[in-house]
Design a protein around this ligand. Sequence first.
Ligand code: NAI
Ligand code: MG
Length: 495
Amino acid sequence: MSATASAPQIHNRVQQFIGTPRKMFINGKWVEAASGKTFPVYNPATGEVMARVAEGDREDINRAVKAARKAFESGPWPVMTASDRGRLIWQLGDLIEQHLEEFAQLESLDNGKPLSVARVADVPLAVDLFHYMAGWATKIEGNTIPFSPKYLAYTRREPIGVVGQIIPWNFPLLMAAWKLGPALATGCTVVLKPAEQTPLSALLLAELVAEAGIPDGVVNVVPGYGETAGAALASHNDVDKVAFTGSTEVGKLIVQAAAGNLKKVSLELGGKSPNIVFDDADMSKTISGAASAIFFNHGQCCCAGSRLYVEKSMFDNVVSGVVDEAKKIKVGPGFDAETDMGPLVSKEQLDRVTGYLQSGFSEGAEAVVGGRKKSGAGYFVEPTVMVKTNPNMKIMREEIFGPVVCAMPFSDVDKLIAEANQSEYGLAAAVWTRDISKAHRIAEKLRAGTVWINCYNVFDPAMPFGGYKQSGWGREMGHDVLELYTEVKAVCAAI
Ligand code: NAI
Ligand code: MG
């Protein structure tokens, strides 16, 4: 990575970490791939290879599942008290906090996001998640069911078993935390496959898993490609559950792969979230809110506010306000201190996003700002606001996963709600208005797993997150996630 005047130094440990090929973490040990293969990790700001990582495949997944099964059934993990388990999870959160700068730098180099954002969002949210889930370890309870004096009936909430977790590249560390936290709190064991685009922070996390004292085999991290390592994990017969975050297309493949042993499946998939602005909204907050709803993380958020519906009388104002915000965004390498928006994660995503821009133009949409790739190296796309859109356009229906918002005016509220819900997705939505009754009425009508009112992209480990319709199955975070990682056993004794 070329140093510029404003770029901070790469942390010594980060330099060291990316300077040597990284191995995979199986049964508490760092091992090469069975095939001996490694794969390249690119810096999206330059398009250059910056690290190499062991390339996991079926054989490595087999080894990792075996280790996870053993750790689930014997050894210290299944006999540990809930309190001790909670302490280990808390300790993992503390260790991440102690290594905040290293994680932030790895995320920025690997994913492209601004270092300043990784420092205040990705890493602290991962710390919070582990701390929150640590508390749940001691609070997983069953019920007694007094249906007859002749029987003692009660339920036990038991860990589901060996869990395969497949995560994406948009928030690499945070997605690992969302997955690992509840699995550990409930006493499961895990094989985690990070995205091939961004495997580095999960490998640093595995070092801390060992340092925290989490027993060998409880967490295994096998980097590799989706079609090989990912598919092997999803179809593995000795895996009890698979948790996946990524594209809806691959989500459907996961469901098919899981059919072999009918393992439980949870999915957090795509979105095309409507962001609705009424003319009575507080525009001093709404305009910057609508801009950050789409431009945060370069639009590479499953819940990005990518369809902007604005009440007709305010349409021009809001659009020109969001356009002004877009013009203020400094696009550049994540490591530069002035950067607000980094590159997209990969050449594939760059091609996908620019392909959507072309499709929008050919269907008659217009970019008021942006609309192009930035010239030069790296996978940079200009923040873009599209107008003259209509609901049938591909850019209004499909997930772009880039910094591209499609704006539409509305005048009739019932029609608006029908249109907002007219999507195969249902992950998130937002409403901006000063009329709180209207806001809650509309929140009820929107078919989405999260509805934000006068805010956007607000997350907390205590708030469940997940999708209606083709945005997924199940809820992550909050107490709802515990259901995804536990089985309920009814015990009934004649007395
Ligand atoms: P993807 O769904 O292919 O990748 C996500 C994860 O799934 C990665 O770890 C990948 O290795 C794995 N994977 C891929 N194919 C697999 C298979 N056959 N079996 C098991 N695992 C497999 O997403 P991709 O290709 O990186 O991005 C494509 C689009 O997906 C994006 O443009 C975006 O629209 C959407 N996406 C949504 C995300 C979300 O947070 N919901 C995150 C990433 C992508
Ligand atoms: Mg893919």
